[in-house]
Design a protein around this ligand. Structure first.
Ligand code: ASP
Ligand code: CP
Length: 302
């Protein structure tokens, strides 16, 4: 059965298949009919790093498909007694049909995939990848705008450490969006991610330190990833560099949708939550149908 470890693992045809399956799942969810697609299956959610949306939307997605979700939290597990990661994965692989793994170190879901017989889904590994979030983002953009090709999308925030941004840039390039990367110079996106997107898809990607929303269709903001900084004071200093004011958001186009992987801290004013352009809670809700599509494909292979 297929793993889902990185956005580099699938092509546009497979990404399209996830999106269309997610649309079907959304319709079925709206009808409220219980599904038996994964009846009798067990999905283990292994979280070695904190999470609200990814953990609980995967649990909700499993439950909505008729599977039983298991919740593993490393701080309440025998990892605290010194059990190794490899042994933990081997144990959980014996209990479940699919492993959803979040870990603070890059590459740990990949390592799990080498150990486990069942499919492994990367739910975020350090500052590396967050492929299921990127699929939710693409799904949300397509739902809001009817297309992705040719849209002007600005990614703003801590582009150096945010795995959600790294994964999303690749999918935006795959779908033909024009990306603008806006961050303080010290928090710029890894050049290897940018050059890969350009080389593979001929993507238009601009980099800037000054936000300008004049022709922006989608503004995608993320927080400073404090937990990835060696110096917490530096994280605080950086956070103050890209807080958006209500004034600048008011001046931005009325058609500009604002997305955020969440949690948001203070990069957007609280007042903006009630603006019709704030779509991040809707985006988070899309996590359930998109993760239903992902679980279905990973567990059943179709
Ligand atoms: N929740 C997302 C992640 O885990 C974004 C963030 O934490 O800022 O990558
Ligand atoms: N978007 C996201 O990954 O949220 P959590 O960190 O709460 O899972």
């Amino acid at each position: 059965m297929p793993d889902l470890l990185s956005v580099y693992d699938f092509d546009k045809r497979e990404a399209d298949a996830y999106l269309s399956e997610a649309s079907k799942m959304e319709v079925l969810l709206r009808k409220g009919k219980p599904l038996r697609t994964l009846s009798g299956k067990i999905v283990a959610n292994l979280f070695f790093e904190s999470s609200t949306r990814t953990n609980f939307s995967f649990q909700a997605a499993a439950a909505r498909l008729g599977a039983t979700p298991l919740a593993f939290y490393s701080d309440k597990s025998s990892a605290q007694k010194g059990e190794t990661y490899a042994d933990t994965i081997q144990m959980m692989d014996g209990y479940a049909d699919c492993l959803v793994i979040r870990h603070p170190s890059p590459g740990m879901p990949q390592l799990a995939a080498e150990i486990a017989n069942h499919p492994v889904i990367n739910a975020g590994d350090g500052g590396n990848q967050h492929p299921t979030q990127a699929l939710i983002d693409i799904y949300t953009i397509k739902k809001l705008k009817g297309k992705i090709d040719g849209l002007n999308v600005t990614l703003m925030g801590d582009l150096k450490h945010a795995r959600a941004m790294r994964s999303l840039l690749h999918l935006l390039a795959m779908y033909g969006a024009n990306a603008t990367l806006c961050s303080p110079a010290l928090l710029a996106m890894g050049p290897e991610v940018v050059s890969r997107a350009k080389k593979e898809f001929g993507a238009s990607i601009k980099e800037t330190t000054k936000p300008s929303f004049a022709k922006c269709d989608i503004l995608y903001v993320c927080r400073v990833q404090r937990e990835r900084f060696a110096d917490p004071d530096e994280a605080l200093r950086m956070a103050s560099e890209f807080r958006l004011s209500m004034g600048s958001l008011r001046a931005a186009p009325k058609s500009m949708a604002v997305l955020h992987p969440l949690p948001k801290i203070d990069e957007l004013p609280k007042e903006f939550d009630s603006d019709a352009r704030a779509k991040y809670f809707e985006q988070a809700k899309n996590g359930v149908p998109v993760r239903m599509a992902i679980l279905k494909r990973c567990v059943l292979g179709k």
